[in-house]
Design a protein around this ligand. Sequence first.
Ligand code: AHR
Length: 625
Amino acid sequence: VDLTVARQTSSKVDFGVTAFIENNINSGSDGGLYAELIKSRALQSEGDGLTNSWTGNNADISVITSDAISNVLPRSLRIAKKGSPSSFGVRNVGWAGIAAKPGKYSLTLSARCNAATSTTATAGLYDAQRKALGSAQVPLALTNSWKEFKATIQVAGGNNVASNQFGLDFPGNFASEQCQFNLISLFPETFKGTTARQDLAQLLADLKPKYWRVIGGNALEGNNLASRFQWQQAIGPLKNRPGRAGTWIDWDTDGYGLDEAHRLGEAVGAKAIPGVFAGYTLNQQSVPDDQLQPYIDSAVNELHYLLDPQGSSTWAKQREANGHAAPYNLAAVQVGNEDWISEAAIKTYQTRYPRFANAIKAAFPNLLVMSSSPYPTPKTQLAAIDQHDYNTPNFFLGAYDRYDTWARNATTIWNLEMAVTNSGKCGETPQIDALSGPCRLTYPIQLGAVAEFTAMMGMERNSDVVKTFAYAPLLNKIGNGLSQWHPDLISFDAVDSWPSASYWAQYAFGQYGIDSLYKITSSVAYKPVYWSAGKQGNLDVIKLSNSGADPVTVTVKADGAQYNPNAAGSLILSAHNDAYASNTPENRQNIKPTRRNTSAKDFVNGAFRITLPAYSLAAVKLARA
Ligand code: AHR
């Protein structure tokens, strides 16, 4: 394949990767990106809040509901020693284990007692043999009011396993049974001062996401009205956050709440796309028209909280009190989620959408308002639509030219959930495999990554219409019962995290973004090789994919110019000769791209030359001579 890249840029490009941070699913927030190590820190988990989280150490533990720390956290922990031990306390196993890597761990706990007393507790991380990996003395001067205590546990050596436990112990002479404990929390060192787990946040940051979709998806809607996302219960001190029944699993603490989600987006340099609850829940209930106004007011107030200039309103002052004086940087706001999902949603969205959209536009005339469904009519009056596609490799390969002939009207498309979820071996009817089935993928496959990359090239070429591609879901905690949806972009356990085949497609797009497009002339028609080219600063960026089983050599010439073989260029190439190969928990690096600088051997007579292996995707940066 011979490609010639024209020197003139043909159009500005406004396209980038979105990271969709979806709460609760696959333990992606609690137990995942939210770095809290203690499970059920406020005894909110299913059942009694203790089972599968807390155990006594020479002690009986129970839940008490009197003298609660707050109205929204009714339970607290009672610890009563058994017999006359020299020390006693509690153990917590975390979310499927606790990693103990070298570093500092920040402990916070709250306690009160019926009468004033004092003691010194020992907080530590312990391995499976009960050896302390690090511990701290925590002086507790206790009264009959709730007080918060802090300490730092230093782990020096640590270990690389998940079978550790957190322990909180008291000397044998402490009369703990007249005391109660809550919000026992332990954080490792986190990503750039956020609450995020370092390795997972770094993997997301490395995608260089342009957009950050937060509190969206099914976790926004909730399974019913009571379990919808309520932003005012997901801000400020943890004792004011009740959490809610998880949409996918157990309990969502909302510790990874509105500010935490937006701060992390800010830390990775992305613009946020928050979703606002729009009156529809997953049990197919719509808030009746005559009861909708408080929900509209709440959505507008949420945007005031996120956007009002510092000190300009009670919302801005509340945000500042919660640690973020400046407004957040929003790209758009999305009204609801998947309001095409049922007849009930489609029908009621006809009135719900305009009421939310009009109220938001009245308060924030410059904010892009995105519909979660194409159905509000007339469609051409929608400024932006969120489109979701879970499909086969062929569907995404076909999307290479999907937008070339798309109607150019005022509506832009935001692909905020996309993934090859189905191998296509059962035919092009992925719906039959909704969440399981013979052709549903467990982990992303190489052909899927190539197809997603190819679809993104088609979108980047049409960025006047289509603005982004978000793989969904992003995170997948490996472990019995922790994961509800597959395939996913990044897998992780308590210790480790590893990218999938599809991660490298997103990564290549994020790292090799362009600001304007070049036209390409080619010696052959596209398929099985696909291409796009553009400009990033002074460099040319070429993207290529090969969806076929045979290697193909591609030569890229610059029209009327030569590429400089000695200038710093770089390349990423991800390939596997098995189209259905995956990165699995057993073989985490099966698909690992080559990332290197270009060198003279990549060039022939001023043209760049690459042999694309079977099932490959590549992106290169080249300097012109
Ligand atoms: O990403 C998984 C789920 O798929 C999202 O929560 C929902 O929006 C979609 O149906």
